[in-house]
Design a binder for this molecule. Structure first.
Ligand code: PMP
Length: 435
């Protein structure tokens, strides 16, 4: 029978046949065999509430999305060099969610590919190759993406920033370099400094790239005025501004469809990934007509799978489902509710140092009384919650931030269930860390 090997055999075979740098979640890894809405189901039939998968945006195996993909797969799948309605229907629907300045789309297959293309566009548009990126940022697994991902090159096994990358501090107003209110201008000043360093090498910046809420950095909300000042300084120096919406986009933050809209800025290039295909490998780069025009310098941009009729049918259906099921509204309402509930827990359990985020892109961190991070407590919490049938994960430079980014179909009842178990775990002896 299909998919019937036990976990032990699978772990042994992974070690034998797959790359060593792949990882598994949890001390005792799960074998997941099925998805359903906000749930994942393991090989023993146990249901887990998925609090962390922002790829299964409209719910795991959403019937309508599956149907749209299946229907088109039965008919045709080929590259975008043939005329087809799907690519244009999807393009128009996607572009309708953007301000009018962002009017051209290229379809690709992953967030990494999207950022890779954004990097090429920034280089061709400006004639420059220096990038400014944020500390602990992650933008993808390709060479050029790794070169701007301090999460990787400053992490385990990394070799530090390449010559053409300037890293600015993580704008974390809770535990970062500047704390409290109104830190935006202080953090943004580091973009000016980075530009000065680039100028001192007789070069100019190609681009500043930043997520609208910083995910791998630990669900960090950008302080007020950070993005608009960062964009202003970058543009004054001739660079373009890239918003990486791979994690936060497509209605997840509730108030807006795109994270950058929260900051009243308009990027020059936006990269979109994870949620767009609801699990199907689908991503996109949306940019201004000006940038798209300079990028088309005579070299054809060909992408074997990007924009194929199956992917486009799926992407279009995802956007329709968000609209029809009012999922952005759900992200706002239930996201606000979840955040409120977390704040109530924070007032009872001082180990929760901070609760932050927007809509259904939230995080809370575990600290001692001096704000020292508690990564072991965070890890313990994740494993205890897993035993209770709830999936979560940690991140941030100190691995003490619990990330909450469930499928945006999550219901009030499911949130209550999550909070109920979180409270029990926080009360339990195991979590009674010295604070
Ligand atoms: N940008 C961000 C912010 C991401 O979080 C990720 C993936 N974690 C990527 C880009 C890369 O996307 P992918 O894994 O689809 O290549």
């Amino acid at each position: 029978p299909e998919n019937s090997l036990d976990s032990e055999t699978l772990i042994t075979e992974r070690k034998a046949f797959l790359g060593k740098s792949l990882s598994l979640s949890y001390n005792d890894p799960l074998k997941i065999v099925r998805g359903d809405g906000a749930y994942l189901i393991d090989d023993k039939g146990r249901k887990y509430l998925d609090m962390v998968n922002n790829v299964a945006h409209v719910g795991h195996e959403h019937p309508q999305v599956v149907k749209a993909g299946k229907k088109q797969m039965e008919m045709l799948n080929t590259n975008s060099r043939y005329l087809h309605d799907n690519i244009l229907q999807f393009a128009k629907k996607l572009l309708a969610t953007f301000p009018k300045e962002l009017s051209v789309v290229h379809f690709v297959n992953s967030g990494s590919e999207a950022n890779e293309l954004a990097i090429r566009m920034a280089k061709s548009h400006t004639g420059q190759k220096d990038f400014i990126a944020v500390e602990v940022g992650y933008h993808g697994n390709t060479n050029a993406c790794i070169d701007i991902s301090s999460y990787k090159f400053d992490g385990k096994g990394g070799k530090g920033a390449p010559e053409h990358t300037q890293i600015v501090p993580l704008p974390d107003s809770f535990r970062g370099k500047y704390r409290g209110d109104n830190t935006g201008p202080d953090y943004a000043d580091h973009i000016r400094e980075a530009i000065n360093v680039i100028h001192s090498k007789n070069r100019k910046p190609a681009a500043f790239i930043c997520e609208s809420i910083i995910s791998c950095g630990g669900q960090i909300e950008l302080p007020e005025n950070y993005l608009n000042l960062a964009y202003k300084y970058t543009r004054e120096a001739g660079g373009v501004c890239i918003a990486d919406e791979v994690q936060v986009g497509c209605g997840r933050i509730g108030n807006h469809f795109w994270g950058f809209q929260e900051h009243q800025v308009i990027p020059d290039i936006v990269t979109i990934g994870k949620p767009l295909g609801n699990g199907h490998p689908l991503a996109a780069v949306v940019c201004t007509r000006e940038i798209a025009t300079t990028f088309a310098n005579g070299i054809e941009y060909f992408n074997t799978f990007g924009g194929n009729p199956v992917s486009c049918a799926i992407g279009k259906k995802v956007l329709e489902v968000i609209e029809e099921e009012k999922l952005q509204e759900n992200a706002l309402d239930n996201g606000n509710y979840l955040k409120e509930q977390l704040k109530i827990l924070q007032s009872k359990f001082p180990v929760i140092g901070d609760v932050r985020g927007k809509g259904l892109f939230l995080g809370f961190e575990l600290n001692d009384i001096d704000k020292n991070p508690l990564p072991h407590a965070a890890d313990l919490l994740v494993n205890c919650m897993k035993d209770r049938g709830i999936l979560m994960s940690t991140d941030g430079p100190d691995n003490n931030v619990l990330k909450l980014k469930p499928p945006i179909v999550i219901t009030r009842n499911q949130i209550d269930y999550f909070i109920h178990h979180l409270r029990i775990v926080l009360q339990s002896g195991d979590m009674n860390v010295n604070i």
